[in-house]
Design a protein around this ligand. Structure first.
Ligand code: ATP
Ligand code: MG
Length: 411
């Protein structure tokens, strides 16, 4: 029970951490990229201001000069407004032709910043118009290689993703450990409460037995001297003591189940025969306004405790009778490939969808059920018995239509 809560808490913490940390990492990453890019654009703009005068120097010369130096950090190409090359410095052979293909027919007065990739190199380009007396006379394309920064950010991206994954796993493990620590006092008081119920039930057994046997002695020894009212009182007291004894036995069983002290003896039970035997008994006590029928597949066996399975059937059939005024009750048993399936269906008062998950809780009784006798422990015990046999139990129900309890045991 606490294990599940611990896992849920750790998962929740890890998911929240992942969301917050991812947000932080994304904001940090894009801020860094933007900062770096702004700085590079500023550098390109400074360079543009310095090289702009080259246009006026070279535009009327007949020779078009393009000098090449691979160690240059910036390169630039100057064109007239009719896209005729005027002058330039380049650091990557052949890049000019590529850039002309990409930007050659663009508007000369366009002002743009663009990333460009060529032969596994990454460039940042700035294109700006050159003005002469207020009119566009040409344009310049200034650029620099940003390959190393590109690779740096690529690596940073992978590292941040890896860091996020590793730290999320670590946070998950740490939260699991911390949740365990936080659960210690809760577990302690939960165990104490379970022990209290177990001890209290145990301690109440002896005085109750003495009380019951004293009543029996009184009835036998002094029966003749007692008035009819006195006799009636003794019978009532015996009935109440009987109910109390049953309740204490039920509580004790549940307390032992909680403390995993119940070791059931597992034998091969002839389940089909057991169900038929129980059905015959119930057939006899069935009220005349209820039709009881069975569909029991032959020769089904189960590894378990026969007395417990019998108790389980008593609980479910008792409920079916108790919560059905008139109608039908059906008990079925069949075997699939890997499960034995048992159902107890009635056409009684039924339950609402909200009530269904609560019926296996201890002492839970619906408002409709309160008009009838009962302690609200039957289904909690049924669930414990099914769990002891590694099975599962659940109910389906519709108000005024009836309820079906489904039990599945693994083979
Ligand atoms: P007891 O401990 O004596 O069996 P109980 O029958 O009230 O008392 P459970 O058997 O645990 O307790 O059932 C819990 C509640 O579930 C019931 O009070 C009732 O509200 C609901 N319930 C159980 N079985 C049925 C059923 N077949 N049809 C409708 N409601 C049911
Ligand atoms: Mg019951």
């Amino acid at each position: 029970m606490f294990q599940k809560t611990k896992k849920k808490l750790s998962f929740l913490y890890a998911t929240l951490y992942l969301l917050l940390f991812s947000l932080f990492v994304i904001v940090l990453y894009f801020s860094l990229v933007k900062l770096m890019e702004n700085q590079q654009i500023n550098e390109l703009q400074d360079f543009y201001v310095r090289q702009e005068h080259d246009f006026f120097e070279h535009v009327h010369a007949n020779t078009k000069t393009l000098s090449y130096d691979p160690n240059r950090s910036f390169f630039y190409y100057i064109y007239t407004k009719d896209h005729k090359f005027v002058h330039g410095d380049e650091s990557f052979k052949g890049l000019k032709n590529q850039i002309e293909k990409a930007f050659g027919n663009r508007n000369p007065d366009e002002d743009l910043v663009q990333h460009y990739e060529w032969q596994e190199e990454h460039f940042l380009l700035l294109k700006k118009p050159i003005f002469n007396d207020g009119t566009v006379a040409g344009y310049i394309i200034v650029g620099k290689s940003v390959t190393s920064q590109h690779h740096f950010f690529q690596m940073t991206k992978y590292l941040l993703v890896l860091l996020t994954c590793i730290s999320t796993v670590l946070i998950g493990l740490l939260s699991y450990y911390m949740a365990g620590k936080a659960m210690i006092p809760i577990q302690w008081s939960f165990d104490k409460q379970k022990k209290f119920v177990s001890d209290a039930s145990h301690e109440l057994r002896t005085p109750l037995s003495i009380f019951y046997s004293s009543l029996e002695i009184l009835e036998v020894e002094e029966g003749k001297q007692l008035s009819p009212f006195g006799k009636e009182l003794i019978t009532d007291l015996k009935d109440e003591a009987e109910i109390m004894k049953e309740l204490i036995e039920k509580l004790l069983f549940l307390a032992r189940h909680d403390q995993q002290q119940v070791s059931i003896q597992k034998d091969t039970i002839p389940l089909s025969t057991l169900l038929k035997k129980v059905s015959t008994k119930f057939q006899r006590i069935m009220p005349p306004e209820i039709q009881f029928s069975t569909e029991i597949q032959e020769n089904i066996e189960l590894l378990g405790d026969a007395s417990k399975i019998q108790e389980l059937l008593y609980i479910l059939l008792d409920n079916a009778i108790r919560y059905t005024n008139s109608g039908a009750i059906t008990l079925t048993l069949l075997q699939n490939k890997d499960t034995v399936k048992m159902t107890v269906a009635d056409s009684g008062i039924g339950m609402t969808e909200q009530e269904l998950p609560l019926v296996f809780e201890r002492f839970y009784r619906s408002d409709a059920a309160r008009q009838r006798n009962g302690s609200g422990l039957g289904l909690a015990i049924a669930k414990a018995i099914v769990e002891q046999h590694d099975g599962k139990i659940y109910a389906t129900s519709f108000v005024d239509k009836g309820t079906t309890f489904h039990i599945e045991f693994p083979i």
